[in-house]
Design a protein around this ligand. Structure first.
Ligand SMILES: [Zn+2]
Length: 455
């Protein structure tokens, strides 16, 4: 990797929830921001562009990129739903090799970089070969995925996923699930520590842990994993309350809903991220809020799979941090995730501008500008800062101590025509798409640009 530029500027820089002019970011040799100063001269001057923090993809399964366009049929004798999609995903899993996993992951990660993502939280649950035998190096598939992210230039948090059973009643793994088997918890955690150590010298790679879901991991194993997690393994993620059947099973088997059970296990705190949480009660919203946990919403996937709606307004009002992820890769577009999470709220409540604090005041032009900033501030924070906090990476905002993970937005793109300093954020959050991304930088280094896509 080359040295990043010592200073970076653009026509506008997004700082503390608003665009500012005449600001220069100073970077150290590792690509961290050391200072934000006034000025207009810089080693890298992105004329005609605005700089925003790179988007953080809070939840991804890179290999599922290979399913795109291949899950759109409907069985003759029943409805298509999450579980029929899962059967198709399992068929794909059977066909994957270490090399094809690398190639598909690289394709997905390059698409992410071009779309403006700078960090991916990769929820990795492929561990064994297609017969269910462990590879000699049991971290082989995780390493191939990390290598693909490095090749694409992305920052990656490899969230290594524990998976031990076929269902909440202790069912054995089905033949299709044997590739996910992660062995016993102690050894799995030790392997994850080894993986973290193997990349300790690479600033762009960190390792976290996950329990796949309450279906695939017993409460005892979740508690054991939490006891075993050391400082080198952060954060802790879990698929939670994605499907109603899962909630009903949890109530039947444990006498508690999924978020309630996580609370009872002492498994909810500020390092925990519950992915989806589409079926939660007021009490569960409150438990999440009190714990400081994050909810990672994946609105385009939740729509694609028919999961249900996030309770976005309730979570926001309770102060729960919400991050965003591309999950199944039906779409890889941070702009669409931001827009869809808000649009789902509008459709659910038949109102507008839902995921934003109500403005005080009496109206007028100044207030309209403030409201625009508020809407864009909430959605852009979900797209970048919340994901960084959930994944425990120092990114998601432009300021001293953060990585210079940046997106250069092309201010001359027709999609943004008519922008002002006050409306640009809302145009990006609600009306833009990856075509406005002219370049993406991780730790100050160029990883994707429009010029690459044209060549
Ligand atoms: Zn997922």
């Amino acid at each position: 990797m080359g040295r990043p530029p010592a200073t970076v500027t653009a026509d506008l820089v997004y700082l503390d929830g608003r665009f500012e002019r005449g600001r220069v970011l100073a970077l150290d040799a590792s690509g961290r921001i050391t200072d934000v100063a006034s000025g207009s001269d810089a080693e890298l001057n992105l004329h005609g562009c605005a700089i925003i923090p790179g988007f953080v993809n809070g939840h991804s399964h890179a290999f599922q990129r290979a399913l795109r366009g291949r899950t759109a049929s409907r069985p003759a004798d029943r409805a298509a739903h999450f579980w029929t999609w899962r059967d198709e995903m399992y068929r794909l899993v059977q066909s994957l090799t270490p090399d094809s996993i690398y190639e598909i992951s690289l394709l997905a990660f390059r698409e992410m970089a071009a779309a403006g993502f700078t960090t991916v939280g990769e929820f990795h649950y492929l561990h064994r070969d297609s017969t269910g035998r462990p590879y000699d190096d049991q971290n082989l598939l995780a390493r191939r995925v990390v290598d693909a992210a490095c090749e694409a230039g992305l920052r990656i948090v490899l969230i290594n996923v524990f998976y031990e059973r076929g269902g909440m009643r202790g069912e054995a793994l089905s033949p299709a699930q044997r590739r996910f088997s992660s062995g016993i918890a102690e050894e799995f955690v030790a392997r994850s520590v080894d993986l973290a150590k193997a990349y300790a010298e690479d600033d762009r790679v960190t390792v976290g842990l996950a329990a796949h879901s309450l279906r695939a991991v017993s409460p005892e194993s979740i508690r054991l994993m939490l006891d075993l997690i050391g400082d080198e393994l952060r954060p802790f993620h879990i698929h939670l309350s994605e499907q109603l059947i899962e909630v009903e099973e949890s109530e039947a088997v444990y006498g508690a809903r999924p978020v309630e059970l996580m609370h009872e296990l002492g498994a909810l705190d500020s390092r925990t991220t519950g992915v989806h949480c589409t079926h939660i009660t007021d009490l569960e919203v409150e438990l999440l809020a009190r714990s400081g946990a994050t909810v990672c919403a994946c609105p385009t996937t939740e729509a694609d799979l028919g999961d249900g709606f996030l309770r976005g307004e309730e979570l926001r009002a309770a102060g729960v941090r919400v991050s965003l992820g591309s999950d199944s890769q039906a779409r890889i577009d941070p702009f669409e995730e931001m827009r869809t999470v808000e649009y789902h709220e509008r459709l659910r409540h038949r109102r507008r501008n839902v995921l934003v604090a109500p403005s005080s005041g009496t109206g007028g032009e100044g207030e309209a500008a403030a409201e625009n900033l508020a809407v864009s501030g909430e959605l852009l924070a979900m797209g970048a800062r919340s994901g960084a906090e959930s994944l425990r990476v120092e990114a998601g905002e432009l300021g001293p101590g953060r990585w210079a993970d940046l997106v250069a937005v092309d201010l001359e793109h027709p999609v943004l025509a008519g922008w002002t300093d006050d409306t640009l954020g809302s145009s990006l959050a609600l009306s833009a798409d990856p075509r406005v991304v002219s370049a993406t930088y991780v730790a100050g280094r160029l990883v994707a640009s429009l010029a690459d896509q044209a060549s």
